[in-house]
Design a protein around this ligand. Structure first.
Ligand code: HEM
Length: 218
């Protein structure tokens, strides 16, 4: 019980800090994404900057909504207060995920690192909604633990951008690789971590007694 509370506290801290960072960076400090776009060299297709930027704003806004709504739905207190709100918030999360991948679909062909990065993003565009819909199907079948586990797998994808930038910085600033190559490594490295971290987490927390034997509903 204490382990889970600590884990939730940690998750909440990281998620809230990252949401604030993403909002501040992309809407206040660098709204033209100059820093990020300066690394885009040798693009195969011409980038329509105003459209790309607007798509990116929608992308970041819904990514932050997905992070916040997902975090809220992992709260036991919130779940116990109102299952109805948990359900509504769950649909907010799903719609946000779909909008993040839709906008990602527009940006993927222009991805930093070229075709190989575009392929990676398009893989993510398919895998993330699939995992999220699986979580929904599980709860429709009243399988609580499986629903929770698939939601943990889905929520991990909210950290895609954070992981990409952490790994990119390590390879670019740490090992001196060119930015575009570091970014591609960051993308594929984060894809591996996004599958491995939830796997370890799910094994560590195991089934909860309360949700393994939920109280009978009228
Ligand atoms: C949920 C948390 C996420 C946040 C906060 C986020 C944020 C951002 C931001 C700020 C950018 C602009 C470039 C940068 O500064 O990195 C971006 C680009 C992009 N994101 Fe996301 N993103 C998230 C998740 C995802 C996911 C899960 C996918 C794929 C399914 C994705 C696909 C893309 C693509 C394709 C680009 C363009 C990359 C490029 O031009 O090189 N993002 N994202």
């Amino acid at each position: 019980m204490k382990k889970r509370k600590t884990l939730y506290g940690l998750l909440a801290g990281v998620s809230i800090l990252f949401i604030l960072y993403a909002l501040a960076k992309n809407f206040v400090f660098d709204p033209a994404a100059e820093g990020f776009l300066s690394h885009k060299t040798g693009l195969k297709r011409e980038l329509n900057l105003p459209v790309w930027l607007n798509v990116m704003y929608v992308h970041v806004a819904f990514a932050c909504i997905a992070m916040a709504s997902g975090l809220l739905n992992f709260s036991k207190r919130f779940f116990e207060k109102s299952r109805k709100l948990h359900r509504i918030n769950g649909y907010v999360y799903i719609v946000s995920v779909l909008l993040v991948v839709l906008t990602s679909g527009y940006m993927a062909p222009y991805a930093t690192g070229g075709k190989i990065s575009s392929i990676g993003f398009n893989l993510l565009n398919m895998v993330w909604p699939l995992i999220t819909i699986t979580a929904l199907i599980q709860i429709k079948k009243k399988r609580m633990i499986r629903h929770r586990n698939w939601m943990i797998r889905s929520y991990a994808f909210c950290f895609t951008n954070l992981l990409i930038h952490l790994i990119t910085s390590l390879f670019h600033q740490g090992f001196g690789l060119v930015y575009a190559t570091s970014y591609t490594i960051g993308l594929y490295g984060s894809m591996v971590l996004l599958l491995v971290i939830p796997y370890i987490l799910i094994r560590k927390i195991g089934p909860s007694r309360e949700i393994a034997n939920p109280p009978r509903m009228m």
